[in-house]
Structure formats: structure tokens, C-alpha cells
Design a protein around this ligand. Structure first.
Ligand code: SF4
Length: 342
């Protein structure tokens, strides 16, 4: 049973003054009607009807859209006031929002506290200054670190978002960003490989040859390394890869450049982590081996098999002399894989 539900409310950032190369918010914003506080109430009511009686442990109202605290503070307050009403009467449990690191200061945090905000998610993208500059983020890593610290000092739950494969990014920089993130100890993280979306500066850079996207295998490999670092530090990985609904579709059959978006990216990454763990354990086995069993808990079984069976195929091709069976062992933790020799 699903224990946690989110009531998502998209707040388009009208007139965002920033120009991040990967973003097509302007286009999205131009096509989405302005949200008002009665809209927020209506959305919450609509969701609550569908969530009733489902035995949920927590219900969260989440204001998404990237830059909640960049909108005028009176509008922030109007939206939050509605959410707080529902929190005060116990119909929702948490208020969550996402924003940019440079739209965080004491005045803003004070206002968010006043309206009962619980979770602040920061679009960090990278802790590397070259990557931030090449992506025209408009802030540097010092501001990102400062914002993370401030959010925690004020007693909010911190979430962070990191991107993989932005202009000027490398595997080393991405890993370093994850290590810096671990030091700042957020509660949760989202990992987004860069997707080239139509009508963005990044698409122009790609066309003129000044930006070369990662291929899928590289993106999976780097994201898997980052995932492991964050997961091992106890940081909850809320999302890996964009949702299809995050990418506005167009008449040409999709807004993302072919090859830069995979709808099951999380499974590719978790499958890669499973494969590496199993292969490492397999290679540690001593003596003659002809029969082995790979085991995981039921939640991780599909990762063990791999997306569309790719791990099964990998082991069948690379360890052709081995007879491998795949079983569920519910005593294992998430992301724990074992190899048993017979
Ligand atoms: S990513 Fe956020 S801050 Fe950057 S241009 Fe888009 S809406 Fe503005």
C-alpha cells in the first residue's frame, strides 16, 4: 500500500529573470494559466476526495515549478496560507516547495516558517562553478552551499536536485557535487540527467556543436555512482530522471531531443547498481563454479533482472558457462544483492 501522497501544485514562475540554458519554462509558462489561491484550494479539495480512505500515512502539498520563492512574497503567502489551513485542520501533513538557492534568505525563510512550510527543495544542479556558469544558472556554488546551510539552520527539511551532463560537466565534477551534497546532509535528493528540450539555449548549443550530450550509457554510469554515494549516506533518492509530464510534448512527437530522454531512467540506474553489485560478488567466489543463485528482495527484483531483462542478458552473454537462477529473499534490504554458489 502506498503510504505517502503528494498533491502537486505547479506554480509557473512568470517573468523568471534567469536564463538557464536547459530550461523552457518561458514557453511552458506562456501556455499555462496563472495560478491563484482559489485554484490552490480547488486542487487540494479535488485531490483530498481521491485520497480519502486510502490509509495514507502522510499527505503533502507540494508547490513545484522551480522558483517558488522568486515570486512576490505576497503571492507566496497567499498560496501558503491556503495550504496551512489544511495542515492546521489535519487534512494534510506537510508543505513542500522547490526553489533556487539564490532565492533563499532570512526574510523569505521567516515567511515560509510562518506558514508552516516543512520541506524546501533547492535546485542546486551542480556544486561546480564552471558548470553553473556554463549553464547560465546565475548563481555560484558558494550561494548554493550557503542556501543549503540556511535552510537546515532554520529547521526545514532540505531536499536537493542535481543534474548530470550539463555544459562543462564531467564525471569527476558530478561525483564531487555528490560528495559535497553528502556533507550538507539533505534528507532527500533528485537526480536529473540533462535532457535537451526544444526551444532552449541548450538545443542551439547542441546544433552549433558547442554542447555534446552524454550518451545513455555514460549518463547511467555517472548517475549510478552519484546514487550510490547519496544512498549510502542515508539520503532518500526521490527521483531519478524526468517524468514524461515534466517535458512538454509538441506536435513533432515530443519536446526532448531523441536519445537524451529515457522514460525508465531510474530503472536503468538501479539496474546498473544491481549488476555491478552482483558481478563484484560473483568475481569474489573461489573455486569451480557452475551453478549460482542471485537474490534480492521483491522490491528490487526487477532491478536485479534489469530493464527489459538487460542484466539477465548481460550475465548470460558474459558468463555463458554459468547456470544462474534469480530468486527473491525477503530478508535482504533494498539495494542488497547476494550471490549463492552451489
Ligand atoms: S530553471 Fe528555473 S531559474 Fe532557470 S530559467 Fe528555468 S525557471 Fe528560471
Amino acid at each position: 500500500m502506498k503510504k505517502h501522497a503528494i498533491i502537486p501544485i505547479f506554480i509557473p514562475h512568470r517573468g523568471c529573470p534567469n536564463d538557464c540554458v536547459f530550461c523552457n519554462q518561458r514557453e511552458i509558462t506562456a501556455q499555462i494559466e496563472d495560478v491563484t489561491s482559489p485554484d490552490v484550494r480547488k486542487k487540494i479539495e479535488e485531490y483530498l476526495v481521491t485520497l480519502e480512505g486510502r490509509g495514507l500515512e502522510t499527505i503533502e502539498v507540494a508547490f513545484f515549478g522551480g522558483s517558488f520563492t522568486g515570486i512576490p512574497i505576497e503571492e507566496q503567502s497567499a498560496f501558503l496560507k491556503v495550504a496551512k489551513e489544511y495542515k492546521d485542520i489535519g487534512k494534510i501533513d506537510k508543505i513542500h516547495l522547490s526553489t533556487r538557492p539564490d532565492y533563499i534568505d532570512e526574510r523569505i525563510l521567516n515567511n515560509l516558517k510562518k506558514y508552516g512550510t516543512d520541506i524546501i527543495e533547492l535546485g542546486i544542479q551542480s556544486f561546480d562553478d564552471e558548470v553553473l556558469a556554463a549553464s547560465q544558472r546565475g548563481h555560484d556554488s558558494r550561494q548554493a552551499v550557503q542556501a543549503c546551510k540556511l535552510v537546515k539552520e532554520w529547521g526545514f527539511e532540505l531536499g536537493i536536485q542535481l543534474m548530470i551532463g550539463l555544459p562543462s560537466d564531467t564525471k569527476e565534477k558530478a561525483i564531487l557535487s555528490s560528495k559535497k551534497a553528502v556533507k550538507l546532509a539533505p534528507s532527500s535528493a533528485r537526480l536529473y540527467p540533462t535532457v535537451i528540450i526544444r526551444n532552449t539555449k541548450l538545443m542551439e548549443m547542441y546544433k552549433e556543436g558547442s554542447y555534446v550530450p552524454l550518451d545513455e550509457d555514460e549518463a547511467v554510469e555517472i548517475t549510478a555512482e552519484m546514487y550510490k554515494l547519496l544512498h549510502e549516506a542515508g539520503i532518500k533518492i526521490l527521483r531519478v530522471g524526468l517524468k514524461s509530464t515534466d517535458i512538454m510534448t509538441d506536435k513533432e512527437g515530443g519536446a526532448a531531443l531523441r536519445g537524451t530522454y529515457h522514460p525508465a531512467f531510474r530503472q536503468l540506474v538501479e539496474g546498473r547498481i544491481a549488476r555491478e553489485a552482483l558481478e563484484g560478488k560473483l568475481n569474489e567466489l573461489q573455486g569451480d563454479i557452475s551453478n549460482v543463485t542471485f537474490a534480492s528482495n521483491s522490491a528490487c527484483f526487477s532491478n536485479m533482472i534489469g530493464h527489459k531483462g538487460e542484466n539477465k542478458r548481460y550475465f548470460a552473454e558474459n558468463y555463458a558457462s554459468l547456470n544462474i537462477s534469480y530468486i527473491i529473499n525477503q530478508t535482504l534490504a533494498d539495494n542488497e544483492y547476494i550471490v549463492i554458489k552451489f
